[in-house]
Design a protein around this ligand. Structure first.
Ligand code: 5RP
Length: 231
């Protein structure tokens, strides 16, 4: 369970800083979670104060509702398959800018949206930045395939746990109608290789390892650092 009260100031700092990347005429992917929520709110303010005019594509019901509240004009991937920019949060980012996402069970849509964008930016507070990834990897799973996927993830050395609902009995159901497993792989030395091995498991819809991050907006005590991908 995420502690939404932790690092609120840092999340706000990083989230709001990335809102300056959005220009009129752009099509922008709107991520999910408490950090990027600050980006979305700031974009709402810019619409009101500056007349900023862009279209957003939300990655979840949460992002969609917030964007509507903020009076952001929405579109779809069918109408605008090529995005200028996608901005999202992360659960963990390593020094090579590999990312684990899916703490909000939205990583499938987040991956589709970010991979449709010319530039993918992540906003995060310093607690998310690590040398090597060791966060549980969320894996969205077709409910019909849960037992097979569980077995195959164990064969890869993972310890999978079906994510359970809060204020709801039974498993979390994603916006796509699927389950999520959080898989403990310990320290992940080679995220790209692990991703390559999870992908072909029958019944896996999408995993939360992202290798397409272009820029990280990282809130530190002295301000926001912008870290660009070198690989
Ligand atoms: C949702 C995500 C979120 O972006 C990630 O969990 C970070 O959330 P927060 O900004 O609330 O810490 O991947 O699926």
């Amino acid at each position: 369970m995420k502690d939404v009260s932790a690092n609120t100031d840092s999340k706000k700092l990083a989230g709001e800083a990335a809102a300056s990347l959005v220009k009129s005429g752009m099509v922008v992917g709107l991520g999910t979670g408490s950090t990027v929520a600050w980006t979305i709110k700031k974009l709402g303010l810019r619409i009101e104060e500056e007349g900023l005019d862009f279209c957003g594509i939300p990655t979840s019901f949460q992002a969609q509702n917030l964007a509507i509240q903020c009076k952001i004009r929405l579109t779809t991937l069918d109408q605008h398959p090529d995005l200028d920019l996608a901005i999202d949060g992360a659960d963990q980012v390593d020094s090579d800018l590999f990312v684990v996402k899916g703490g909000g069970a939205a990583h499938t849509r987040e991956k589709v949206v970010s991979c449709s964008a010319k530039k993918f930016v992540v906003v995060a507070d310093e607690s998310k930045f690590v040398e090597k990834l060791d966060h549980d990897v969320p894996v969205e799973v077709l409910p019909f395939a849960v037992k097979l996927v569980e077995k195959r993830l164990k064969d890869l050395g993972g310890v999978p746990a079906l994510r359970l609902g809060k204020m709801k009995d039974g498993p979390v159901i994603t916006d796509n109608g699927n389950f999520v497993m959080d898989v403990d792989f310990g320290v992940i030395d080679n995220p790209k290789e692990l991703a390559r091995r999870i992908c072909p498991i029958p019944g896996v819809v999408e995993h939360g390892i992202f290798d397409n991050l272009d820029e990280l907006y990282l809130a530190r005590s002295k301000g926001v650092d912008i870290i660009k991908r070198k690989r």
